[in-house]
Design a protein. Structure first.
Length: 194
């Protein structure tokens, strides 16, 4: 019998069950069976949805690029992001992946006019009176290491806060950091494969 969970990973928690450099890791915030692991990762400084399972077939289906599973992120950047930057990101930009130049695939982007309804971050982002911040939403079907951060840096808008808000049809709506939801096999099938 396979286990399936949806976790809202908090800021500054490693996406693994073993600690490195005395940083918080998943075992510090949730209790799941020993053979359950995250499918994919979120950076230590990123927040949001992580899917955990011990179903190796499902793991393959969700991670292999040929399946093109959608992931949506809310991105708070330093500065007032421009329409030109959004258009550039939507077409794809050149980033560095493991020392090799890589052109990101086209993405679906939108500029958010209002701050999204998300939990406060602890600690909060740095505040600068003279430099505004803005929010965008980006939907990708690929997941290179630190890709969203690198993409926004490529158009000169450093990321201050990054939240994976949706994977498949699962969202962070009504969730708080560290919330863990157990899912049935049927819910997972409907959430990722319909």
């Amino acid at each position: 019998m396979s286990d399936y969970y949806l976790l809202y990973k908090p800021f500054q928690v490693l996406s693994q069950f073993t600690t490195t450099d005395n940083k918080l890791c998943l075992k510090d915030i949730v209790e799941v069976p020993k053979d359950v692991y995250p499918v994919g990762r979120l950076d230590y400084d990123s927040e949001g949805l992580l899917f955990l399972t011990n179903d190796t077939k499902m793991n393959h289906q969700l991670l292999h690029p040929s399946f093109e599973h959608k992931r949506t992120y809310l991105v708070q950047v330093e500065g007032a992001i421009t329409t030109e930057a959004i258009e550039q990101l939507a077409k794809g930009v050149s980033i560095n992946v493991n020392g090799i130049k890589y052109n990101s695939q086209p993405a679906v982007l939108s500029l958010l006019e209002a701050n999204p309804a998300v939990p406060e971050r602890n600690p909060p982002i740095r505040f600068r009176k003279s430099i505004p911040t803005s929010w965008a939403q980006i939907e990708l079907t690929e997941g290179k290491n630190r890709q969203v951060r690198k993409m926004f840096a490529a158009v000169n808008f450093p990321v201050l806060r990054l939240i994976r808000s949706q994977i498949g049809s699962f969202t962070i709506k009504d969730m708080q950091p560290s919330d863990l939801i157990s899912l049935s096999h049927q819910e997972v099938q409907e959430g990722f494969f319909r």
